[in-house]
Design a protein around this ligand. Structure first.
Ligand SMILES: Cc1ncc(COP(=O)(O)O)c(C=O)c1O
Length: 319
């Protein structure tokens, strides 16, 4: 992918803040299905936006109300935290085409999953995909995240970021990590094996465990307060994250548990070729050689114009 389609941040948390800063004004709607990564709500509030939290159904499938929320910005954590469940790529693409503004697909855990939304970049100019070195590379302390998207969209993010947001040591370490993918893949394999075993054992103990494509599993037990169990595990140095929220308790004891999709036998069917962008999509995103350096003042002017243009372009009131 050309460099102008990539922006590095101080962890993907910084990129989430930058997207919000670049795209919303106070009072603008930002939609996402819940329960999900809790930072979205906090970051939206910090930016003065209005969070539209759409509850996931019991099976953690994509709720149609997310697309219908007419939000300027939509977040989809995929795989989702804390469920570990995945919205299939076809549905992510449909969501990107349906939303009124920008769709951010937070792929913090995608290396543990089977498919990524990266193929949408370049075709759907309103999509940003976020990645991090904090999970599959086990480098959370490094604070490196990456955003992939249309250059104009990323240019908007650059206008609101600190000039030097990422230290050179973090850059060097991230570069070295990318150069050692076999280590990361061995890490993945180990975690996926543990995930499968843990899921089996928990189900054997009567917990409901949605099929996880992340590096954690969500274990629920209908009608049981798990607070004492979480405390007892903690006393044995077994650290679990306990969500004392009714949303994470299954609503009915006979509600279906999402099960793994059956393994496909034989060769994968050919993916249909990507469709051309919508008429209102941004222009070509192919990389071009950089032009002559602009003066600092001209660059600032361009940055301000770009930011304003971005806001206008993704204004759902115009849709
Ligand atoms: C879904 C999700 N997105 C983003 C992040 C933040 O990652 P980073 O360490 O790159 O800021 C996390 C961290 O827990 C996460 O769970």
């Amino acid at each position: 992918m050309p460099a102008d389609h990539i922006l590095a941040g101080n962890g993907s948390d910084e990129l989430i803040a930058l997207v919000l800063r670049a795209t919303i004004d106070p009072g603008d709607r930002v939609a996402f299905p819940v329960p999900t990564y809790s930072l979205y709500e906090t970051a939206v509030a910090a930016q003065g936006g209005q969070a539209v939290c759409v509850p996931f159904p019991e099976d953690f499938g994509l709720p149609p109300r997310v697309a219908a929320a007419r939000a300027r910005l939509t977040f989809l954590c995929n795989p989702n935290s804390p469920s570990g469940t995945v919205v299939p790529l076809g549905e992510v693409e449909a969501l990107a085409r349906a939303v009124a503004g920008v769709l951010v697909v937070d792929e913090a855990y995608v290396d543990f999953a089977r498919e990524t939304a990266l193929p949408l970049i370049g075709w759907l100019p309103n999509v940003i995909v976020l990645r991090t070195f904090s999970k599959s590379f086990s480098l959370a302390g490094l604070r490196v995240g990456l955003a992939f998207g249309h250059p104009d969209l990323l240019a908007g993010l650059r206008t609101v970021k600190d000039s030097y947001n990422l230290g050179c040591l973090a850059q060097a370490a991230a570069h070295a990590a990318l150069g050692d993918l076999p280590w990361m893949k061995a890490n993945l394999a180990r975690i996926k094996t543990t995930r499968a075993r843990l899921t089996r054992e928990l189900e054997g103990l009567g917990f409901r465990v949605p099929f996880s494509e992340a590096n954690f599993v969500l274990a629920r037990r209908p009608g049981t307060d798990l607070t004492p169990l979480a405390r007892a595990l903690g006393e044995r140095d077994i650290l679990v994250r306990h969500f004392a929220t009714p949303r994470l308790r299954p609503r009915a004891s006979n509600a279906p548990t999402p099960s793994p999709r059956p393994r496909r036998r034989g060769p994968r069917p050919r993916r249909r070729p990507p469709r051309p962008p919508r008429a209102e999509a941004l222009g070509p995103s192919s990389w071009r050689p950089p032009g002559p350096r602009r003066s600092r003042e001209a660059a600032c002017r361009a940055a301000r114009t770009c930011s304003r243009a971005l806001r206008r372009r993704w204004d759902p009131r115009r849709a």
